[in-house]
Design a protein around this ligand. Sequence first.
Ligand code: NAD
Ligand code: LMR
Length: 342
Amino acid sequence: MSTQESVTVTVTGAGGQIGYALLFRIASGAMFGPKTPVRLRLLEIPAGLKSAEGSALELQDCAFTTLDSVEVTDNAAHAFAGTNVALLVGARPRGPGMERGDLMAANGAIFGPQGSAINAGAADDVRVLVVGNPANTNALIAAAHAPDVPAERFTAMTRLDHNRALAQLARTLDVPVASIGNVIIWGNHSATQVPDVSHGVLTASDGTRRPLPDALAEALGGSAKVAAWLDETFIPRVAKRGAEIIEVRGSSSAASAAAAAVDHVHDWILGTAGSWTSAAVLSDGSYGVPRGLISSFPVHSRDGAWEIQQGLSVGADVHARIDRSIKELEEERDMVKSLGLI
Ligand code: NAD
Ligand code: LMR
């Protein structure tokens, strides 16, 4: 897809909370840049149509120069016909006390038919981002129903976790977010995810680069303190941030999720220019993650394709955590198999 040609984007669950935060950013050029016109297709179930129609009216009223058209529909075949980018957001969010995996039975059934509709009618270059939880396994379900679409085009969102990690580090070190690079989220978008700073880099305003673990040791008073901080504060804070938002806000994260979806697709299509980020992509067996699972990795994007960052050393502690998250992904895959969803 050239970034000057118009792009058709389908957003499912467009009438929901994330939808409301997401549509306006896509339409204003944040996802594809200021020169790419966007045709929006908003897919809802009948109960959500009015809300999506209201957003379509407001989108008109913004007079965005990058917005070509908006259509609202409850027909998946129509919503995905010719689409270049499918954002699968529509699904039930969890409530207080639930884990994301508890949504499997309720939400899993949404993603098979949507995968089939993408298979039947989407553009040849379609790229899919699954946001609805449990996102990794829902992406697996959608991919399984789209045999004609390369499986690498189905991804799930861990960019929100990545951004949360950057923000926590920036606050702890009292540095700008942009000065922190090479942080990784491994595994599942769940409480077992593995935020990993061991390859992190801090770039000072004069361009000097130093390992993030060294900067943390200086700020926290030694490497033993860093180990305790990672274990007791940083990793649980990032991995359970979704639950914290639900508790404080009373409903699941929406604007930050929309921002992360914009970042994911932006970087996928426009490239990561030498840096890396995190995304849940199809495993090719890298880092011992079984082939075929959709797991979060350090990734960079080149020519519109995610590539897993190769050759990183992974310490024993991080590896043990990744293994736990992968085990959970395998259990989720086995559960959706037993439910007949793949
Ligand atoms: P919401 O309840 O506000 O909106 C969901 C919308 O989806 C509703 O309008 C509903 O009518 C619609 N919908 C349901 N089934 C549909 C279907 N088959 N086709 C089209 N639309 C359908 O929820 P929300 O806050 O927008 O969250 C949506 C999902 O995103 C939840 O599963 C939530 O857990 C997940 N989420 C994921 C991340 C992440 O980082 N991956 C972050 C935040 C939220
Ligand atoms: C998040 O991480 O905020 C979302 O996945 C919502 C949730 O259930 O935590």
